[in-house]
Design a protein around this ligand. Structure first.
Ligand code: C5P
Length: 240
């Protein structure tokens, strides 16, 4: 499933990203984050996609009033972007403005909604959002529904929320892309080598649970033997 694995080039300079891609064989999708885009701008997307023949996931996590988000998307016109993120908690009007702008200016791009960041603690849900622990999954449901009702192209979600979104898609009769970060190889999970990720899943389980794509960063970018890890992903087969 290497062709469904998005490699997150986090904390890399443009130069370091190129060194990494020079030695990585078979990568088809890369994720460029705010750090690289703020530093290198459109050149980062254009040059990496052309030089390495990879598709780009531009992770800008847009979140502002609808008009500003639409204009931000307009400003990306012409870039070869496969996936672009917005914060789905920005609400239906903002999601709608993003979808309208993409239709006009980035018709080949998939707009993905981030629900709640994995870094948010239960305390944060209570303190800032007044959401009790046992209502958190309902909060995810409401955000997913907002996106589905605006026909968003997909969501970024942890593997552990896949069943909730799968059920909602069924009951709402909607289809959407499901893209899961927080992925670690099985033995990394077993040995607790998961860094700051809390709700991890291995690649095969994520795909078997319905992920269309997975996002992997440090398990690949810090791998001692990168090409054997990539081979492992190439051999990963999926149940359905
Ligand atoms: O290194 P690691 O595999 O943990 O990287 C995961 C990537 O997915 C990072 O770029 C992180 O920002 C992103 N991400 C995440 N959890 C989310 C949304 C995005 O880990 N909910």
């Amino acid at each position: 499933m290497i062709n469904k694995t998005i490699v997150a080039l986090d904390n890399m300079s443009f130069k370091e990203a190129k060194v990494f891609l020079d030695k990585a064989d078979g990568i088809k999708l890369i994720k460029i984050g705010m750090e690289m885009f703020y530093a290198m701008g459109k050149k980062s997307v254009l040059e990496l996609s052309e030089q390495y023949n990879v598709k780009v996931f531009l992770d800008l996590k847009l979140h502002d009033i609808p008009n500003t988000v639409a204009n931000a998307i307009k400003s990306l016109q012409g870039l070869p972007i496969e996936f672009l993120t917005i914060h789905a908690v920005g609400g239906r009007e903002m999601i709608n403005a993003a979808m309208m702008a993409k239709q006009e200016f980035l018709p080949d791009t998939n707009i993905l909604g981030v629900s709640f960041l994995t870094s948010l603690s239960e305390d944060h849900f209570k303190e800032i959002l007044n959401i009790e622990v046992d209502s958190i999954s309902n909060a995810f449901k409401r955000v997913f529904l907002a996106g589905l009702n605006e026909n968003i192209d997909g969501f970024i979600l942890s593997g552990h929320e896949l069943s909730l979104l799968n059920k909602l898609c069924k009951s709402e009769n909607k289809q959407t892309l499901k893209i899961c970060p927080g992925i670690r190889f099985k033995e990394e999970i077993l040995s607790g080598n998961v860094q700051d990720q809390k709700r991890v899943m291995d690649p095969k389980r994520a795909f078997d649970s319905g992920a269309d794509y997975i996002v992997m960063g440090r398990s690949l970018t810090n791998a001692i033997d990168l090409n054997s890890r990539l081979e492992e992903l190439k051999k990963t087969s999926v149940v359905n």
